[in-house]
Design a protein around this ligand. Sequence first.
Ligand code: SF4
Length: 699
Amino acid sequence: ARPDSPAAIRTTCPYCGVGCGVIARPDGQGAVRITGDKDHPANAGRLCSKGSALGETLALDDRLLAPRIGGQDTDWDTALQTVADRFRAVIDTHGPDAVAFYVSGQLLTEDYYVANKLMKGFIGSGNIDTNSRLCMASSVAGHRRAFGTDTVPGLYDDFELADTVVLVGSNLAWCHPVLYQRLAAAKAARPDMTVITVDPRRTATSDLADLHLSIRPGGDVALFNALLVAIADQGAMDADFIAEHVDGFPEALRAARADDVTASGLTAAEIAQFCALWIRSDTVVTLYSQGVNQSSSGTDKVNAILNCHLATGRIGHPGMGPFSITGQPNAMGGREVGGLANMLACHLDIENAQHRAAVQTFWNAPVIAGQPGLKAVEMFKAVGDGRIKAIWILHTNPVVTLPDADAVRAALAGCDFVVVSDVTGRTDTARLAHVLLPATGWGEKDGTVTNSERCISRQRAFLPAPGQARADWAMLAEVGQRMGHAQAFDYAAPAEIFREYAALSGVAGGLGLDFDISGLADCSDADYDALEPFRWPLNGTRSGGRFFGDGRFFTPSGKGRMLPLTSRAPAAVPSADFPLVLNTGRVRDQWHTMTRTAKASRLNAHMAEPYLEIHPQDAQALGLEPATLARVRSPVGQAILRVLVSDKVQPGQVFAPMHWTGETASAGRIDALVAGVTDPVSGQPESKAAICQAEPFKA
Ligand code: SF4
């Protein structure tokens, strides 16, 4: 049983990128009562099924309580010295690029900061990447191409203020439920509001839509190119805004005119209706998520959307703008703090010599990574072929969630040295670790997270650390010290790390970048403890608000950039052997690989098993009866899934959730079927358009 605290603690939900405020009240009997925080700007007291069940997920039965080496419990001194010595030995023999960190959007910003500093400034490699690469790397790349920085222009309030909200590749009702609740409430209050969903399948979100477009997988660039042409032909562009604040309009329009609009898979009438609705609304928000990002043309899809907002000047004002909604609780924090292999901290650019020098000077670091490191999919290929000989994986389960998951499992099984820090030792990835480090989890650790609208909130501890569990920043800092960098990693508390991070952001702000929270560089421990949710930037001159309404962007010219784009089909082409297109995604009541949500029985009741959603025509043709089992094969793997016959998917397409795991093929480890194909710009895998075949499963 856990000791209890009598206080009500304000903290932040550890699941999706909405970033809802939560009040946790330990009840004195070992249970914790969870309610929504009415004062948090993201949710104003609302919670979804996952957030409200958080109190049911705090049992300690599967927790990792002591460090382990080779499956045997050990002490921290031995474990951390082993990690430091083994990493040092690999670096000395094979160079800094022979080691890697694979981190997670579950980490708090302070954890992320220390990991990034250790790898890029003191080991001297760019080989730190995050599972957020699977979630929103295409948005980062698209933002940087169009705006010069990875800046989300708008706010959640804009969904409620817009006359038209377009959701592209987003099942908001299941994946970001509180934002969906806000949108549904706004539409109920203003029935004139138009909601459009663009998705290959009809979902719970399309039930709210006035118009649903069953786009062909990969057809988004064609659709938004068609919209750009309609904007131009109907005189709906903002000529003054373009003249003063946008580069690339003629080239983008020329490419859009040349694109093949039939690649969208939509009829001319559907496209015309979509364009008319979008163009007639001065206030329009185009919200997009994994259906856009998880694609071999994900970055182009993002820029096709941004093009239309730049051409109309519909950006950075109330009720208008493109809006990337992130998957994880701290995906945004990871983007800001340098968790991606191709970024430095505070949106500083690893490929910019001035930026590298500024960070190295600030850290007083002996080295600085001179080039981007390996992105997630490439990182594990490098583990597989021996280029990476030691890897530390923090709070993520790549054996289940990375594409080509069987190859990832084989790569880790053959790696010389695998360290895993996590709350449990029972994940598929943790089972392959040479050293297992017990980490504190939600409710036990302190730090900050950033949600999808740039709002930084505190996660606060309200429970003691179980067993010998430690915060990730503390493990990383101690390894940094044991590798010979005592002063640089001499942190006593997350507040110290946050102050250093805020000070570094002032350096970025001084170089003209967007991410600047230097107003908090001198905050006291008490200020940090009491920190209220706030949207960045926060410095001496600016606090929160929208970006780009003033027409000032962060490119060298100061203008927004439109890009010439041509649609590309997904990499895998259906064939006689693999005739179905496989779309993977989430279900409403589970989170990632279920290490937390599966503890709550009411969450398991929603969808009890991994399943294959298939159109009635295909099910009949393949002899798949409803509720029976199907064996699903792809060129790289297989899984066994329960058959769910539904006309919400189109003929020739199937959907399967990504949460389930298992040691054998008789399970729903769906990323074993997804090939490791990535977007050439962002490195994000194509998780929405694999190819497969399905047949009745006979045990
Ligand atoms: Fe948590 Fe997301 Fe649900 Fe909010 S919407 S309670 S952040 S899972």
